[in-house]
Design a protein around this ligand. Structure first.
Ligand code: ZN
Length: 71
């Protein structure tokens, strides 16, 4: 007697980390505030520095609006 249960395990690959664009961090050259959310009203589009990793707090400030939008 063979009881074949064909339920339970679904081998689906979960896509994690969705929603966050990999644009990295941007900082305007004339400011010390880093932005990482493209929808920020102050998101730099020109004359900015960019980096992929989270900037050190010593190198500037993190934008409060970006922080607020990233929820
Ligand atoms: Zn911002």
């Amino acid at each position: 007697m063979t009881d074949q249960m064909n339920s339970g395990e679904t081998n689906r690959s979960l896509s994690r980390g969705k929603g966050m664009p990999s644009l990295g961090y941007r900082r305007k050259k004339d400011t010390g505030t880093w932005h990482w959310h493209p929808n920020c009203s102050d998101w730099p589009t020109k004359d900015f520095f960019t980096r992929e990793r989270k900037p050190e707090p010593l190198n500037g400030q993190l934008c409060k609006e970006c922080k607020d939008r990233h929820k």
